[in-house]
Design a protein around this ligand. Structure first.
Ligand SMILES: Cc1ncc(COP(=O)(O)O)c(C=O)c1O
Length: 395
């Protein structure tokens, strides 16, 4: 069980002490900025550096590093899979996973139109696997269903790139894909000879929010990618999990991509420490995100996505503010959100964003909205415009 009593207790003291103590000791920062642009922006702590010193120093290209091997079997087990491979990034683990499941072109991958594998991996599916993509916007606006997949499946073996793989993402923009739908999709893909990949960069958040253990999600997929450098807080790394045979092939392909790293034990040790100590703190991060989302709504903003985990998608048009207005007001108090002249923004929380930061964001935003209400003649017209600030950043 991931949320052990041990880690819960550890979390109590950890949450109170680590972020501030560690930040203060950072030599490169004069003043700490609270970065809410992404959950990739966690800073490694002193405790992580201490753990790194104790790591083994073997060569991971030859699977000879104990810390890496430990991390891989630990995460494979958590995900209900036979084996796992530690890699440098989520792009690499996604692309390796898809490459393994695809064989010979012509072929294609079906995924959500908002998926990271399709939008933000540099066209990697075309580059690495010579496959095209069928991006599908879910009819329910939330998550892909069997019906979405059925109506977009390519089966024509004469003129079209036949669908061979379905790729899901959970969470996607912070929203949780229901396990029941994953099971339906697995049944469908099994019946139709399709493989199933999961971009589970933030599967940790889904699991912590629902209480559903990781393996109950993980067991339904042929390959799963999970990120360690996002909400989990590790400095670097992602894991690809799957069958023993597939992971052995992935190790070969990782070397081909130039991703064979040598003494990676220090990173694996830090990552394992983060899984054990940071993942159990996610429910608190989700609580804070929901508090922020509901405060924004009370101020008159709208949410462009439901807040189900650690992401808050807002539209500021109703309160006659632009994202830039909010960005500048927050930046003056050392809090960073994305900038842009439009009205839609994504705000992301992680374990180093604590109650006092959220209180400050709410207070600063409340003051700004009030100011705009009293002076309803801003220098320029606020338009509902998503062109100038992408709500779906790459990280
Ligand atoms: C859902 C999702 N998948 C994959 C990735 C890729 O991870 P990385 O930046 O480690 O390549 C990201 C990055 O933010 C992501 O948000």
């Amino acid at each position: 069980m991931l949320v052990s009593t041990f880690s819960k207790n550890l979390f109590k003291s950890f949450r109170l002490t680590i972020p501030y103590r560690s930040f203060k000791t950072m030599p490169h920062q004069q003043q700490h900025m609270y970065d809410l642009q992404s959950d990739t922006s966690t800073a490694p702590t002193d405790e992580m550096f201490d753990i790194m010193k104790l790591a083994s120093r073997g060569d991971d290209v030859f699977s000879e590093d104990t810390s890496v091997n430990n991390l891989e079997s630990y995460v494979a087990n958590l995900l209900g899979q036979e084996a796992a491979l530690f890699c440098v990034s989520g792009c690499m683990t996604n692309q390796l996973g898809l490459r393994l499941l695809l064989t010979q072109p012509p072929h294609s991958v079906l995924c959500d139109a908002r998926a990271h594998v399709y939008n933000y991996e540099c066209g990697g599916i075309a580059y690495h696997s010579q496959a095209s993509v069928s991006p599908v916007m879910p009819k329910n606006g939330h998550h892909l269903t069997v019906e979405d997949i059925t109506s977009n499946l390519i089966t024509d073996t004469l003129c079209s790139p036949v669908t061979k793989v379905v790729s899901l993402e959970n969470t996607l923009n912070g929203t949780i894909m229901p396990l029941a739908e994953i099971k339906r999709i697995r049944e469908f893909t099994n019946k139709n000879g399709l493989k199933l990949h999961l971009d589970g960069a933030r599967l940790w958040n889904a699991s912590q929010a629902t209480g559903i253990p990781l393996h109950e999600y993980g067991q339904h997929f042929d390959t799963i990618s999970v990120c360690l450098s996002k909400g989990v807080g590790a400095p670097i790394g992602s894991i690809l999990a799957g069958s023993r045979e597939n992971i052995q092939r992935a190790r070969h392909l990782r070397k081909l991509m130039g991703g064979g790293w040598r003494q990676a034990g220090l990173l694996a040790a830090a990552a394992k420490y983060c899984i054990e100590t940071v993942v159990p703190t996610m429910p608190e991060t989700h609580r804070l995100a929901k508090e922020l989302a509901s405060s924004f709504e009370k101020l008159g903003m709208t949410l462009s996505m439901p807040c189900e985990t650690n992401m808050v998608f807002i539209d500021t048009a109703n309160v006659r503010l632009t994202v830039d207005d909010l960005h500048h007001a927050l930046k003056a108090k050392n809090i960073i959100i994305s900038s842009g002249s439009g009205t839609q923004a994504r705000i992301v929380l992680h374990y180093q964003i604590t109650q006092h930061v959220i209180d400050s964001v709410i207070q600063i935003t409340t003051d700004l909205v009030e100011q705009r209400r009293l002076d309803p003649t801003p220098t320029r017209t606020v338009q509902n415009n998503t062109q100038n600030n992408s709500v779906y950043p790459t990280k």
